[in-house]
Design a protein around this ligand. Structure first.
Ligand code: BGC
Length: 252
């Protein structure tokens, strides 16, 4: 089978569902991404209709056999969604890959959002060429984690939910917690991120942390305040990483 050079990536997030065709050689978008607001009730049926709508917008510009990858903010085991921390609970145990494939009228790949972002950063971004254990953390509504060892993804790591100081870590250290509680970047970094990353490095001994999510644009306000033995760098692809990684994994 010929190697694909282009694939479509679609990233389902809490506020928006975004998609774009991706050049798999460079990891760049071939066209500006399309974004549709996530429906207030983000059930599988409602979300699948939007995913189809976004895919339709690019049909004319993509090869008919271009792979399609879709992300979701939950555990995905063999195409089935297993958790739904920040999306509609009706996703739990939904056959997500089948639902999207039916809506699109062709096979697609469904993958956890952070796993997609991690693959994108390893292949095209901040962890390009890096060996060893890379941990990508996305700080957004929740905390997403991707574990990659020597470039190989170990999927569905849910260590955004480890208990730190008696709390589910993402409820205190995600970017949404900083906003909700009106914390300064300094307070968030020193009181919330520091214990979280310290715990992660103590348990996993990574070679590199990559920090993604929208807030990574403001990395100079909080990353320099962390004291860790592990190098920690901002993501390079920011909010594009989910789309790019979904496309790349679909083409694998
Ligand atoms: C979910 C993860 C997801 C992360 C980022 C967490 O609440 O459990 O599966 O990757 O949020 O969206």
């Amino acid at each position: 089978m010929a190697k694909h050079t282009v694939a479509l990536g679609i990233d389902i997030g809490g506020s928006g569902i975004k998609g774009a065709p991706v050049d798999l050689t460079t990891g760049q978008f071939l066209q500006p991404r399309r974004k549709v607001a996530t429906p207030a009730k983000s059930t599988p049926t409602a979300v699948a209709a939007i995913v189809d709508q976004i895919a339709d917008e690019f049909t004319d510009d993509l090869p008919a056999d271009a792979p399609i990858g879709v992300t979701i903010p939950g555990v995905v085991q063999h195409g089935v969604v297993r958790t739904a921390a920040n999306i509609d609970k009706s996703w739990i145990d939904a056959a997500g890959e089948e639902i999207f494939s039916e809506a699109l009228g062709r096979r697609c790949l469904l993958v956890n959002d952070a796993d997609a972002a991690g693959v994108a950063e390893q292949r095209y971004g901040a962890a390009k060429g890096e060996q060893g254990l890379i941990i990508l953390t996305t700080l957004g509504t929740g905390i997403g984690i991707a574990l990659l060892h020597n470039g190989v993804l170990i999927p569905n790591c849910e260590m955004g939910h480890i208990e730190v100081g008696g709390h589910d870590a993402e409820t205190r250290a995600a970017s949404s917690a900083r906003e909700r509680e009106g914390l300064s970047y300094k307070a968030w970094a020193t009181k919330r991120l520091q214990p979280y990353y310290a715990m992660m490095e103590q348990m996993l001994w990574p070679d590199l942390f990559v920090v993604g999510g929208g807030v990574s644009r403001k990395h100079e306000k909080f990353l320099p305040l962390l004291t860790l033995r592990t190098p920690i760098v901002p993501a390079a692809l920011e909010n594009q990483a989910g789309i790019v990684g979904a496309a790349a994994l679909a083409a694998d």
